[in-house]
Structures are given as structure tokens and as C-alpha cells.
Design a binder for this molecule. Structure first.
Ligand code: SF4
Ligand code: SF4
Length: 327
């Protein structure tokens, strides 16, 4: 995938207009048992607090109480993770909503998991990324995803709901320079995801983008998204330039999203680390780290999978256009 992005990035930089051509939707991948998604990625969402209010995200509408994971809950999450042995190799610190850098202990937590031998990743909006944090994350993360609308101030404020473009550009520069610095010994790959309202060719031609373009390459890549899902129906309209995907028709096959089990900041275990409508404490909850083991997780995933097949699927999944069939 990173090679594909590398060559796409080269093509986009050479011919900006090509960046406006949408990519074909990823083909579904067959994952083991066709009726129950296989748990491959374990998410530890150490906070559900965010410092942005993106127009394409359900965070501003969330009714959940906000918080940061306690040390005890983090230890419990690690115990459950370790019980999977080598079946899980990848740990994602990206919360369903919230920015991981809001958690003051995020660096030490990622370091801890990395030192246990897992591959680690997180997505951040970069608003709180200091030079110091950037250097450490580059050591302990295998992949860092940066989520931004574009590098123009008005676009940032409109799409992310806060006037933080200047900070983000500065912080992104720290990260890129730290990555390219001789003292950086990590192998982390950085990927910038533009959630764009502007046309990709407009972003590429902007002065801010051009000032970073010479640093893009195999380890620092970018991509564009102008088509967004509806968060189970929570998002009903988007600004001009952003396309809202409506729900697909076939829902009898379980969603691949259920293979992305997430530990929420309060220890709740949820079968989908991607989407919710008003609350993450919904029918996709499958237990709690203090009392649910990996066998109970499996049995809950099977129960939810059967609910898709029988047509009684969870309410959050009914109209979710992020649905991705597991077969
Ligand atoms: S998309 Fe991410 S940065 Fe934006 S409001 Fe949602 S959680 Fe926050
Ligand atoms: S349909 Fe949507 S809410 Fe349901 S598991 Fe898939 S991504 Fe998550």
C-alpha cells in the first residue's frame, strides 16, 4: 500500500489535476470465517475528548461523558491484548472520536505497547503535536496518520470548526523535520490524509502544500478524501465540495468494522472502533475489560454477526454508510 501511495503521490505532484480523479473503492478482502470478522486490530482509545469540531464527524453530537483512560483501565486493556498472543500484531491508539494527543500519557502508553512487540499506529489532527512529542512518537509508532482538511486557514476553520491551521502547519513541519533529521532512528511512516472540501489540485497548488511538497516520498505520503460516510445517519449534510455517501443496500453480511474491537477510555469494549450515532454505549458494546475475556469477545462477535444475517443488525449499523462487508 505504501508503495502504491508513493507512486500516486509522485503522479499527483507532477500532474495536480489527476488528483481530482476519485480512486476506485477498495475491494472487500476475505477475512477467515465469512460470517464473523476476524479480530486483527486492537484499538485502545485512551480518550474520547477532541479539540476540533469537524463537520463530517459525529463528535460534536456525542452525548457520552468525556474522559481519559486511567492507569488501571490501561493495564486491564493490556492484559486482554496480551491474552491474544500472536493473533493480534497491530494496536491502534486512534479513538473512534477524540484526539489521542489529549491524553497526557499517550507517548508512554504507545512506548509501552511498542516495547511489548506490537506494531503501533495513531491518527491525530496534529493540533497538540509539539516538537518533543513528535520526536518520541516517531520512535514508538510504526505509522502516524495526520487528519487535516487542507493547509489554508479558511478551509481549516470551516471543515474542522476551529481556527488552528497556523498551529497545525507549524506542528506538521516539526513532525516532518524530525522524521528527516539524522537523529531520528525510528522507521515510522507518516501519512497525511486530507479531508478536503477544496479540489485536490487546489490543495496541491497552495503555497503551504508546495512548501512541504519536496519532503514527500516513500516515508511521508498523502491522500485525499472528499467522499464521507454518514456516521450511521448522524451526519445528514456536508458543505459544498464534500460528498456524503448514503447507505448501501446489502446488509446481510456482517461488517468488517466489527473486527476492530475497541477499548473505550472507561474500559467498555465495543465491537466497532469506527462509528456510532449519539453514543458509543450502544448495541455494539460487547463487555468491559474487567470482566470480558477473549472467548467472550469472540462469542459476542459471533452473536452480532448472526444479527446481520438474520436482519436484526445493531441499530448503529442499519443506515451506516461506512459499512464494509466482511466477505
Ligand atoms: S474527525 Fe477527529 S479531529 Fe475531527 S472532530 Fe472527529 S475526532 Fe475530532
Ligand atoms: S456498519 Fe458501521 S457502525 Fe456497524 S460495524 Fe460497520 S462501520 Fe461499525
Amino acid at each position: 500500500m505504501s508503495n502504491t501511495l508513493y507512486y500516486l503521490n509522485k503522479l499527483w505532484l507532477r500532474f495536480p489535476a489527476l488528483a481530482n480523479v476519485p480512486l476506485p473503492r477498495k475491494l472487500p478482502v476475505l477475512l477467515g470465517n465469512p460470517t464473523t470478522p476476524v479480530l486483527k486490530t486492537f484499538s485502545i482509545a485512551t480518550t474520547n475528548i477532541c479539540n476540533a469540531k469537524c463537520v463530517f464527524c459525529a463528535y460534536p453530537k456525542s452525548l457520552d461523558s468525556k474522559g481519559v483512560m486511567s492507569d488501571v483501565t490501561f493495564e486491564n486493556a493490556l492484559e486482554l491484548l496480551k491474552s491474544y498472543g500472536s493473533d493480534i500484531t497491530y494496536v491502534d491508539f486512534t479513538p473512534t472520536v477524540g484526539d489521542p494527543l489529549i491524553d497526557p500519557k499517550i507517548v508512554e502508553r504507545v512506548e509501552r505497547v511498542k516495547k511489548l512487540g506490537y506494531k503501533t499506529t495513531l491518527t491525530t489532527n496534529c493540533i497538540l503535536l509539539t516538537a518533543e512529542v513528535a520526536k518520541k512518537l516517531l520512535l514508538y509508532c510504526d505509522e502516524i496518520y495526520i487528519s487535516i482538511p487542507s493547509l489554508t486557514r479558511d478551509d481549516y476553520a470551516q471543515v474542522y470548526g476551529v481556527d488552528k491551521q497556523l498551529d497545525v502547519f507549524e506542528n506538521l513541519s516539526y513532525l516532518i523535520f524530525a522524521k528527516l533529521s539524522r537523529s531520528n532512528t525510528g522507521n515510522c511512516k507518516i501519512h497525511i490524509r486530507f479531508r478536503n472540501k477544496l479540489k485536490p489540485s487546489e490543495i496541491i497548488r497552495s503555497l503551504t502544500f508546495q512548501s512541504l511538497a519536496c519532503y514527500f516520498g516513500k516515508d511521508i505520503t498523502f491522500s485525499f478524501t472528499s467522499s464521507f460516510d454518514n456516521w450511521g445517519g448522524a451526519i445528514v449534510a456536508l458543505p459544498k465540495g464534500m460528498k456524503l455517501r448514503t447507505k448501501g443496500s446489502t446488509r446481510k453480511i456482517p461488517c468488517k468494522g466489527m473486527g476492530h474491537v475497541s477499548v473505550l477510555h472507561d474500559g467498555t469494549l465495543r465491537a466497532c472502533g469506527c462509528r456510532f450515532i449519539m453514543s458509543q454505549h450502544d448495541s455494539l458494546v460487547i463487555g468491559h475489560v474487567t470482566r470480558t475475556d477473549k472467548f467472550a469477545v469472540r462469542s459476542e462477535l459471533e452473536r452480532l454477526s448472526r444479527s446481520f444475517v438474520s436482519g436484526e443488525r445493531p441499530a448503529t449499523c442499519k443506515d451506516c454508510s461506512f459499512y464494509d462487508p466482511a466477505t
